[in-house]
Design a protein around this ligand. Structure first.
Ligand code: MRU
Length: 339
């Protein structure tokens, strides 16, 4: 994503890898729709986009309805934009982390709209810069805990890469750091049904960097493990409960169960801000359900009978006992987890 002075530019992830189209967002509402429609997706990226959305909306207000007004005049409108952005996607706690930071702006009630705009932009930029640094540290920590046995064959699910963050990625950050150290033989990218973040986006990033990879159907992962072709799995996270239970893209739980059955280390890589101590266990994590057409249609083409109901949870929760390590920018943690 690119933040210009009063515009957020988003690489439209719905069209990748076939087309690289940048979408301009000039208001908080446009950013909210871009998050809902998954133009931008991935837990840290939606947090950054939401923060920029608020900064854009503040600039817009300063130049129109709230010209000459103060922070206390604008605050109720600002809070309504926060509320709109908070309604976009419920699972990734990074969205709420970023919105909370944007609500804690250090401003006097009498601050001018120019001052409000500057502080909102600086705060949003700081969140973005911080995420980039964080991902690099996660990658480096992950490389230190990866199995020490020559070149690795690594399974990943969904896209927890540069596209899903400010850059570098979390799970893909670990893979990037291992690649730099010459420790990657092959990355197996689960295609990640139904939205195909793995085959479209992870493969796009790996191909761009020349990292050897193979795209597999999600259902092939267990077979590859049985054949002894996977040394470790690493995935991202949308919310980690206090006990380590982790919500991530639907299908992650199945990867964890299969890793456990085959004695393969299963790592979760995420920024500290993905840990939500207020959520005690995975049972409390709200799981987003997305529209049926993500499953029942492929573009214009219907894939299921007209009358067949569809269930489309976007995330699942992996119990912490199946997670070998949770890798953050601070350290890599082993269970039993207590955050
Ligand atoms: O529905 P998505 O594509 O936003 O889901 C993304 C994931 O599940 C990622 O693995 C997670 O957000 C971590 S991204 C660093």
């Amino acid at each position: 994503m690119q933040f210009l002075e009063n515009r957020l530019r988003l690489l439209d992830q719905r069209l990748l890898p076939a087309e690289e189209v940048w979408l301009n967002c000039d208001s908080g509402e446009q950013v909210a729709r871009a998050i809902e429609d998954m133009v931008v997706r991935g837990a840290p990226a939606i947090g950054c986009a939401a923060a920029f959305g608020l900064a854009i909306e503040t600039e817009r207000a300063a130049q129109s309805d709230f010209r000459g007004k103060t922070w206390q005049d604008f605050r109720p409108t600002y809070e309504s934009v926060v509320a709109r952005l908070a309604r976009t996607r419920p699972t990734a706690v990074n969205l709420f982390y970023a919105l909370n930071k944007m609500q804690e702006l250090e401003l006097a009630p009498t601050a001018t709209m120019q001052q409000v705009t500057k502080v909102a932009k600086d705060t949003a930029r700081a969140l973005y810069d911080d995420d980039l640094r964080t991902c690099q540290a996660i990658g480096d920590h992950g490389a230190t805990v990866a199995p020490n046995k020559g070149k690795l064959r690594i399974l990943t699910h969904c896209n927890a890469g540069a596209l899903a963050t400010a850059g570098y990625g979390t799970a893909l950050g670990v893979i990037r750091s291992l690649w730099k150290q010459g420790r990657v033989e092959c990355v197996y990218a689960d295609e990640t049904r139904p939205y195909l973040q793995g085959s479209r986006l992870t493969a796009y990033e790996l191909a761009a960097e020349g990292i050897p990879h193979v795209v597999i159907a999600d259902s092939s992962a267990a077979y590859l493990m049985q054949l002894g072709k996977i040394d470790m799995a690493v995935v991202g996270a949308d919310r980690i409960a206090a006990n380590g239970d982790t919500a991530n893209k639907i299908g992650t739980y199945s990867v964890a169960v299969n890793c456990h059955a085959h004695g393969i280390p299963f790592f979760v890589a995420a920024p500290w801000s993905t840990i939500d101590p207020a959520t005690k266990t995975g049972k409390e994590i709200p799981v987003e359900e997305r529209c049926a057409t993500e499953i029942s249609r492929f573009g214009e083409r219907r894939l299921t009978p007209e009358k067949s109901p569809v269930f489309n949870p976007s995330f699942d929760v992996t119990p912490s006992r199946l997670i070998s390590k949770i890798v953050t920018e601070r350290a890599a943690y082993c269970g039993p987890y207590s955050f």
